[in-house]
Design a protein around this ligand. Sequence first.
Ligand code: GDP
Length: 329
Amino acid sequence: MRPNLTPEEYINGILLQDRNILSKAITLIESNREEDEKLAVSILEACIKQNKSSKRIAVTGIPGAGKSTFINAWGKDLLENGKTVAILAIDPSSSISKGSILADKTRMDDLAGHENCFIRPTASSNNLGGVAKTTRETMLLCEAFGFDFILIETVGVGQSETIVKNMTDLFLLLLLPNTGDDLQGIKRGIMEMADIILINKSEDDNIMASKRAATQIKQVLHLFSTSEKDWTTPVLNVSALHKKGLSDLQQQVDSYFLKMETTGFIGFNRKQQDNYWFEETIQQALLQTFSRDKNIQTVKKELLKKLENKEITPINAAKLLVQKFLKYK
Ligand code: GDP
């Protein structure tokens, strides 16, 4: 038997900034056991009542863009300025590799072990939806703990950007100096999500290409409709490896938060995000109940056969199945 702490012990531990208890609470959140889930919910509900607010920042970009190197460099600056930083990850590949993008990173060695920095690798046994849920809930625990900054690193693979966009206040996109030549390759949707774009590896022989890319990207951004928050996405040249351009970035991050807090966008956006997670979870829960239902799966097989024999239309088959499900639920 694993001796669990009481909900109060967890909550007080987190509020008193006990990192050991924070880690234990995250493990609860990652657990699939029913009793752990109940305890996790009561801890989370106590946490969100605390009204603490971290700056929630997404760090995205294709593998190799330099996200970890950048987080290491910027995180070091933040720590030197007396800030506290939590680093989490959304890793859609984790369920396949059973690995974690942060676990074996040596690129964050300026941060690892620092008393004001908390690095938490992704839980490895979940699907993308599960990873999103645990990352978001881990973020809420870290917020109650009182971190100034929470950085969420993601691997630039399709869905993970949308997920991380829906749990953060600021979306940072890292690109490479040759990006300007290959603007078609970057999905428009991802560029539109970005609040700040960084062209990384802007050093030495790359400087010219990097500046050209910045100009081209600014032109493309100009074509997008202005966002609801009245913010022009800055495009900055940085070198994470050589720790260059980071003070410009800090300035932009500060002015972004100043503006978005003043206009009330941060609060408004977080409310919208809560609604998004509410809707998402309803859909997931319904689908899960549906697909785990043995009777329904039997009827589904029968309908699939009818579909194959052209005895029924796909739409009608789907309707019949849903009706059947609703009737006996
Ligand atoms: P990630 O996959 O996006 O997390 O990228 P990494 O941080 O692991 O970096 C990928 C590679 O790019 C590593 O070899 C880094 O050392 C290198 N790298 C990252 N930032 C820079 C930079 O600013 N300049 C140069 N020259 N290399 C960099």
